[in-house]
Design a protein around this ligand. Sequence first.
Ligand SMILES: [Zn+2]
Length: 366
Amino acid sequence: MDLNKSFIEFFNKNKNVKLYGEVIDKYFNNSPKCRYCNNFIYYYDSTFKISHGELITKGKSFNNKKTLDKDYYLSICESCLIIKFPEYNKKNKARVFNQMNYITEYAFDIPSNVSKEWVKNKYVISECNLIKKWGFEIGAIKWLEYKKKQSMSNTFEYKNEKYGWDREKFDEFNKSRSVTIENLIKKHGEEEGLLIWDKYCEKQRYSTSLNYFIDKHGLDNGTLIYDNFCKKRLSGIGYSMVSKNLFDILSERFKEYSLFYAENEWFSYDCVNKKYYLIDFYIKELNIGIEFNGDIWHANPIKYSANDKPISFQNDYTAEYIWEKDKIKNEYLKTKLNKLIIIWESDFYKDGIDNTIDKILKIING
Ligand SMILES: [Zn+2]
């Protein structure tokens, strides 16, 4: 058997456990076996693909499910699953494993208290969950809508004053209001309701997800472009309205120059680190760049300490990590630009727009 496309085509046309087992035996060491029948874990959607000249598996056979405490690995083959749960055949198989239910619990050998916790966490409304579920753009908007709705009659102060609720009772009440999902479950029953919800979310999600950017641009640049995309979205709603305003006014002062900002951002490619760096505002003839640093996005050191995680949906971005990332970027940009001017969001609020413009002009002319 050769590792080539025609083999993969052949496999896909003649899919069966035996053929699958042969390939797995030959090319994959220590592949997981079914904990029930001890055969290789073959699912009908299992296939192979060549990536960077190497044969890799696609489909369920190597899947893992992340829960709060650890990763659980698929440990039951499809035929054993069907023997145990004949109804699995009638389900949308791609969906069964996307969510948590008695079948996934069994297939991944997940204790039921762990799976309950998983479901609870997945469906609690939080900014982080909404963004995970909907992608940055829609998630952020949903979160704002949600907060807006809540803010009217649902402030803690209001409930506390009117009903004497404490913080715990108030939080619990908020969690129980997971509107859309709850309604779907009411209407369609738990299993079907969650299925519809998942399906709906899945559709919305991919094109704004990190995976999409990585698929499109490769790991490094995809991650970078995604960060920038998030920053813009965050901006669109928050501080960038402010920065846009600042740059609009500034552009009036530099009418005779070629300016790059907002939709027409200037970027520089760092050949050493192989990364694109975008600049918020760039004056071409002067070769001067201005960065407007949002306090959250750039982890303003006067607000955050090294181990803080200011970006709520980037669980692994500590302030220290963000500073390091920005440091590399700024050091690179300083070698390319005549001047790099950084305006912090908090300074901007403190100084006001006129003083900020003066400050920028002074640096440019100085
Ligand atoms: Zn089995």
